[in-house]
Design a protein around this ligand. Structure first.
Ligand SMILES: [Zn+2]
Length: 253
């Protein structure tokens, strides 16, 4: 038996797929109860009223019959908006899809994470507003590491704690090493100082407060390589949406 309750909630649509003859399964990241899967009956019928409310890259206020376990049902949409530039740009679309894939992988269903709901809302808004999607994506990747149980120490050298010296990242130590301790890890990342600076800044910057991003191509390439290393070696997550993003980047070069 599944207990349901009627609830008005704030949701960002993470994912949708066709279900049965006319239905659709829709996953929302909600502010109130985390990730929730909804069955929407009749979603593909031509006279279905909520068509625009359940398009990809939509967010808003909805009412549904929420089950703690299993499928919930969507009843109505009160006020919904679209990240229009993301919808219309395949490049932005790929970044946003990957970020939502990360959120989907990071949290179990029904696990309230309102802080992350806000982050996702602002992150997608910044991408939609034209800020650098690569850096916004890096912010999610770095800040989600602790949710994935990997929390690299980016405050200071993991051996001596100093943070006023040239630093490098060490996968072996799961954090930074100062120049005096580089000999501890012959396989350290060999990042330049700017990249280390950005790793540290992006790990704590509030998305809500970002107004401008200006990071060089070289630094972005190093950040990409470092984060790929951490995700491959420590998190062990390989999303299809990330592979698509990588392919897209290669075609652009
Ligand atoms: Zn040190």
């Amino acid at each position: 038996m599944s207990i349901r309750r009627q609830l008005t909630f704030h949701g960002i649509l993470l994912y949708r797929k066709y279900y049965g003859e006319h239905g659709m399964l829709i996953k929302f990241f909600t502010a109130e109860c985390g990730k929730k899967m909804f069955l929407v009956r009749g979603a593909t019928r031509s006279r279905f009223k909520m068509k625009a409310d359940i398009l990809p890259f939509t967010y808003g206020v909805y009412t549904g019959s929420i089950a703690y376990h299993g499928l919930s049902y969507l009843k109505s949409a009160e006020s919904t908006h679209h990240y229009l530039n993301i919808i219309n740009n395949i490049n932005l679309n790929a970044y946003a899809t990957y970020i939502m894939g990360l959120i989907d992988a990071a949290f179990p269903d029904s696990h309230p994470a309102v802080k992350w709901f806000d982050k996702l809302y602002y992150g997608l808004k910044l991408i939609n507003d034209g800020l650098d999607p690569e850096i916004i994506t890096n912010i999610f990747e770095i800040q989600l590491l602790s949710v994935f149980g990997v929390a690299p120490d980016l405050k200071g050298c993991v051996i001596c704690g100093r943070h006023d010296l040239p630093m490098d990242y060490s996968d072996k130590y799961g954090g930074l090493l100062c120049i005096h301790h580089w000999d501890h890890d012959p396989h350290r990342s060999h990042l330049d100082s700017k990249t280390v600076y950005y790793l540290r800044v992006l790990s704590k910057v509030p998305l809500k407060k970002i107004g401008r991003i200006n990071v060089s191509k070289r630094t972005k390439q190093q950040l990409r390589r470092q984060l790929d290393d951490i995700y491959d070696n420590s998190v062990g997550l390989r999303l299809k949406s990330k592979r698509f993003l990588d392919q897209m980047q290669r075609f652009k070069l």
